[in-house]
Design a protein around this ligand. Structure first.
Ligand SMILES: Nc1ncnc2c1ncn2[C@@H]1O[C@H](COP(=O)(O)OP(=O)(O)OP(=O)(O)O)[C@@H](O)[C@H]1O
Ligand SMILES: O=C(O)C[C@@H](O)[C@H](O)C(=O)CO
Length: 335
């Protein structure tokens, strides 16, 4: 059964809009940030990570975003290009804005946090007029992520991108990617998230993220089915609710639900799970696979990334995901 019809014969399979940042991941792991002395630099930002993941899986990808006009911005641009991501709509800031930094603290495999430096960041300065309609018309999928809605003008740029996607029949995916520090109030957050979600075909988020969106709703038991149904009354065809190590559930407009377990992982850190899951899941759907198989593929990709030091750089290829699944099936990876 086909739940989402992806436009065929477009130049690009997948385009994302939103933040391009730097992750500085602690080298000395299993200790607090106060005792961490060195970090390794990677490209970061959830939509960037997902796009790198899609590209590693062999999809033709592009990115719409804004980078600082400095060494960090140029590092990001060149990394995207090395990963065969079209950067023709990655624009350079001319106002002196800086690159967002995410310092990761890895206290233990289950206790990780991110310390963000996001004052005056270039990614939130993307203007609506800088979004190229043709690029979105040329893509089968447009992925938006919630953080880009946090401030103007990036907020309007994303809403404009949604208008273009609707106009050209580009499938819209919303990765909720809720980062409280970029928002000024829970009410503001819920209003803009809901406004964007109404237009989306596929919505991916954690239970906590959907709870935030239900600030003005009545779902006292935090029921996943109730959450999903709300979006089927708009444009959604698939709503995926992620529950960390407990796995994920996908609901479809036809009233079906599918559950996927997580794969075993030798966890180094848990962040990056959602981004790699999104890449694997969307890749599967775009191959015409069943929802279950696509979710399993996302879960295996997530296990690979959380068993690694980085998010972006660890995004696996098709061969690596297949090999991981085969090794798990042979019982070679069990934790
Ligand atoms: N500890 C874990 N062990 C194995 N797989 C995991 C673990 N945590 C997450 N995953 C896998 O990753 C998927 C997405 O994880 P999660 O629900 O934590 O999303 P997320 O909160 O968006 O992730 P992130 O930490 O990147 O923000 C899960 O459905 C599961 O398959
Ligand atoms: O999303 C961010 O800004 C930071 C990410 O790059 C980080 O790697 C992460 O949290 C992944 O979800």
């Amino acid at each position: 059964m086909t739940y989402v019809s992806f436009p065929v014969s477009r130049k690009l399979d997948f385009t994302a809009i939103g933040r391009l940042c730097i992750d500085l991941n602690a080298n000395e792991i299993n200790r607090p940030m106060e005792e961490t002395m060195t970090f390794t630099k990677y490209v970061g930002g959830s939509p960037a990570n997902i796009t790198i993941g899609m590209s590693r899986l062999g999809m033709k990808t592009a990115f719409i975003g804004k980078i600082a006009n400095d060494q960090m911005g140029r590092f990001i641009q060149s990394y995207l290009e090395q990963n065969t991501i079209d950067t023709s709509n990655v624009v350079s800031d001319d106002t002196g804005a800086v690159t967002g930094l995410a310092f990761t603290e890895i206290k233990s495999p289950t206790d990780c946090s991110i310390l963000m430096y996001r004052d005056n960041v270039a990614d939130l300065k993307l203007q609506p007029r800088e979004v190229q309609e043709q690029l979105i018309a040329d893509s089968s999928v447009l992925l938006i992520s919630g953080t880009a809605l946090a401030q103007s003008p990036s907020r309007e740029a994303v809403l404009q991108a949604l208008t273009y996607a609707k106009r050209h029949g580009t499938v819209i995916v919303f990765d909720l990617d809720y980062r409280p520090y970029t928002w000024s109030s829970a009410e503001e957050t819920a209003v803009y998230y809901n406004l964007a979600a109404e237009k989306c075909d596929i919505i991916l988020g954690t239970r906590e993220e959907f709870d935030m969106m239900e600030t003005f709703d009545h779902n006292p038991e935090h029921n996943d089915q109730v959450t999903a149904q709300k979006w089927f009354d708009f444009d959604a065809k698939i709503v995926v609710i992620k529950h960390g190590k407990e796995g994920s559930i996908a609901y479809t407009r036809e009233g079906l639900s599918h559950r996927a377990d997580s794969y075993p992982a030798r966890v180094v850190k848990t962040f990056g799970a959602g981004d790699s899951y999104a890449a694997g899941f969307l890749y599967g759907l775009m191959q015409g696979w069943t929802i279950e198989r696509s979710m399993g593929y996302g879960a295996a990709a997530a296990s690979i990334v959380i068993s690694s030091h980085s998010c972006s750089d660890a995004m696996p290829t098709v061969e690596q995901v297949n090999e991981y699944i085969a090794r798990c099936n042979r019982g070679e990876i069990t934790v």
